[in-house]
Design a protein around this ligand. Structure first.
Ligand code: COA
Ligand code: ZN
Length: 315
């Protein structure tokens, strides 16, 4: 890992979906579009634009069609949308999304809290959606609570592997393992991602971490170590599932890019430009944001030596 020598990692921005879904204040549609258009010019490989969930469940993203149709599509950036059911898929396809991001949980109770159905019903929805979606868009399956559930606690690794196997059997070629409430630790991350990548080397596997317990970047470094190259992250560190008690923000995009950059990986992202976009976020959401590099500056930042400090240079 220390010899990255410019190897590529892909940074997938989720602030406008995972972030805005849990904000107190509705971010106006035009402001969402303007933010996405700025993000599109930062070198991110994918932007999760919105979710086609029920507006009753997620009122903050009730403008999904308007946002998806209003943004400028920049070449080289994939535009994805979260989809919980068949209705959501039809709505997303009507807006020409590049990727349908299906969602279900590894734990039964969180699936019911989040999606008002059991895991088997979600799998049934997936099975109907995949043949419909595949002709028009890439399909990703996001598995929430893959590293622990706020209701049930430990989620066995074999449960995660079983569900990934179901996705692969359906013809899904992209899978995200999501640590919905920041319960994962780096050893567990290495274990689970390592097992998935060994079993399905062709699968495009994304790590989706929340920093709820301060382990987000450590978990990202652990995932990288075992071969994960796709990472979800959220500008400013916004984010959280409204149906997972105690949920807080994702790993912060600019902090993640800064870490990978300083380790010698090629993120494709223009960090300075991204920091410029992040700087506008507190005014947009009306509160401070958890991101740290925006406050501290990149590690290359230097300060003038105070005048009263002796430098040892002869007078
Ligand atoms: N988009 C818009 N409306 C939808 C919809 C969708 N994808 N799916 C269902 N609806 C509407 C139905 O038309 C129905 O409308 P009506 O009350 O006007 O008749 C209503 O929602 C209820 O439909 P039903 O199928 O019974 O849904 P539900 O109430 O059981 O909710 C979900 C199920 C999956 C739609 C809902 O729980 C949901 O959207 N969850 C997403 C949660 C999420 O995004 N979490 C954050 C990401 S981790
Ligand atoms: Zn999330």
């Amino acid at each position: 890992m220390s010899n990255a020598a410019g190897s590529r990692v892909f940074i997938q921005e989720v602030a406008v979906r995972d972030g805005f879904q849990i904000e107190q204040r509705f971010v106006p549609t035009e402001e969402k579009i303007a933010l996405i258009d700025r993000l599109s010019r930062c070198g991110l490989s994918k932007i999760e634009v919105t979710s086609f969930s029920s507006p009753k469940a997620i009122p903050m993203l009730a403008d999904a069609e308007a946002v998806m149709r209003g943004i400028e599509r920049v070449e080289g950036v994939e535009y994805a949308a979260l989809v919980p059911n068949l209705r959501g898929c039809e709505r997303a396809l009507s807006c020409n999304v590049d990727e349908i991001n299906l969602v279900m949980s590894a734990s039964e109770s969180h699936n019911r809290a989040n999606l008002a159905m059991g895991c088997d019903d979600s799998l049934g929805q997936f099975a109907r959606i995949v043949p419909l979606a595949r002709a028009h868009a890439a399909v990703n399956a996001s598995l929430s609570t893959a590293f622990g559930c706020p209701f049930e606690g430990i989620v066995p690794k074999r449960r995660v592997l079983e569900l990934v196997a179901r996705f692969v059997d359906m013809g899904i070629a992209r899978v995200s393992l999501c640590d919905t409430t920041g319960m994962a630790n780096p050893a567990q991350v290495e274990d689970i991602f390592g097992a998935v990548l060994r079993q399905w080397p062709e699968l495009q596997v994304t790590a989706h971490f929340h920093n709820t317990r301060g382990m987000g970047l450590a978990n990202a470094a652990a995932a990288l170590r075992v071969g994960v190259n796709y990472f979800d992250a959220s500008l400013g560190g916004l984010g959280g599932c409204p149906f997972a008690p105690g949920a807080t923000g994702n790993v912060c995009t600019e902090d993640l890019v800064h870490m990978f950059d300083s380790m010698g990986w090629n993120t494709g992202v223009d960090l300075i430009r991204l920091l410029g976009v992040a700087a506008g976020l507190p005014a947009l959401v009306g509160h401070d944001i958890p991101g740290q590099v925006l406050k501290a500056g990149p590690w290359t930042r230097r300060y003038p030596l105070p005048a009263n400090v002796c430098t040892g240079t002869p007078a």
